[in-house]
Design a protein around this ligand. Sequence first.
Ligand code: ATP
Ligand code: MG
Ligand code: MG
Length: 559
Amino acid sequence: FSTANSNFIRNIIIEDRENHPGKEVHTRFPPEPNGYLHIGHAKSICLNFGLAKEFNGLCNLRFDDTNPSKEETEYVDSIKEDVKWLGFDWEDRVYYASDYFEKLYEFALKLIKKGKAFVCDLSAEETRAYRGTLTHPGKNSPFRDRTVEENLALFEEMKEGKYPNGAKVLRAKIDMASPNLNLRDPILYRIMHEEHHRTGDKWCIYPMYDFAHPLSDALENISYSICTMEFEDHRPLYDWLIKELIESKQKPRQYEFARLNLTNTVMSKRVLRQLVETGTVDSWDDPRMPTISGLRRRGYTPEAIRDFCERIGVARANSLVDISMLEHCLREDLNTKAPRVMAVLNPVKVVITNYPEDRVEYLEAENNPEDSQAGTRIVPFAREIYIEREDFMENPPGKFFRLAPDREVRLKHAYIIKCTGLVKGDSGEILEIHCTYDPESKSGGLTSGRKVKGTLHWVSCAHAKDAEIRLYDYLLKGEDLEASTGEDEAKDNDFLSQINPQSKVVLAGCKVEPSITDAKPGMTFQFLRQGYFCADNKDHQADQLVFNRTLGLRDSWAK
Ligand code: ATP
Ligand code: MG
Ligand code: MG
């Protein structure tokens, strides 16, 4: 398990470079700025930036912003932040497909002049009817035989804004009988009278993805254009456009790999947007979201995400990865990094009746047994402490090794205590647990060797700080949700019916040890016996502590 999984694109590159010494690895990551990046994008980012780095090549960040209706600058900014946070650097190579609008227009003119593109007046519905089906060839558009001059004039008029949306399109002239539907005179340009987030109202015709993408790759000298499997059937069109329009010796080539799908997780941007817009989650960076910003806020580290992306490997066959594997990668990382502290989520007071009332001891506590460099901190101990309510039972079953009447437990870093009595409220609820402590049993002391079965975490009442703790669980209940390509709306809607109503539980009045009062937003800790928690990167403040549960301690990944 620890060795890297296979990556067939890496193997292709290695072989290519044996056959063509000096062939450069130039990749790009091409997000459409119509939403926030998610863990699926991380796979593509690690692949594209990772291969470039490994082979001393380059990777561009290219915003694929050819559809003005859904794109916004907010998304551009978040995408840049997320790619950087993941640990990758595009240096000065950030590009926008919209920067190529002029050049793409010229490519279109060239294609018209070659007799390989025409302006078509069929409606969307007619175009669909003419296209045919997988089993039936299509029919030529009645506008297919327009002369080059006529096409140039009409395309110019389209650009000038003479026609309303949908009145005309520019189409490639390839083959209406092709077994590949993508080659049946595909649309290259459409009319859209819409503001673009960068070019404003300069353009009212916009290139289709299939036209813009190969040509943008060529303009940027991309050698390996890596995308997901749903574009496999588009590759012949990619190659056709490159052949018709690009003369350079080294031509870009498209390679497809399988998308990442994760159990309990939906990744289609359309659904993620819906979760935000319907208030099902609080925001794009809600810690339950599979977005990079959500994972960051949840307490994920870039190291864990990169490790995960390497371990899942790259293949062409679709698969569903168990989310426990992502969690396993994070636990491995946090186990070595996260300082251990004590926090009581559901406090009940313990009074140590034989401990002097005004005494405070400052105990030394190890920060991380997995990291000898992590040092120690001071934890105050006094007569009144909090423990977890669940760590006490009045009538415990035999195997209960926590606190109960007449039973002993060790308080971590401190003493052994024994329960001697209870104070109850009117309705029988436990208000205080009374104990005595054994002064000889101090942790780390000469006489600390006495063994008891259970060890509890605790905090001193007078020194503890209040905190809000947010417990998160999977947003989706079903584990084996089928993979979504983001293109099947019915399937997407299915996800929305599987929302887990318990996915966020907020606990108020939790008590944390004073050492984490100055935790910076985003810092992660292991709360002893409870799991990993991070200071919320939005709401946590010095006078209002807010922690998110990142993960529990138990690893369910089956290796
Ligand atoms: P979605 O369907 O979630 O909206 P998308 O493919 O439309 O995603 P883009 O912004 O176009 O989103 O994606 C940028 C790049 O990330 C593309 O090359 C795309 O193939 C890749 N990508 C998107 N989702 C995944 C995924 N689940 N696994 C791997 N790569 C992905
Ligand atoms: Mg896309
Ligand atoms: Mg999409």
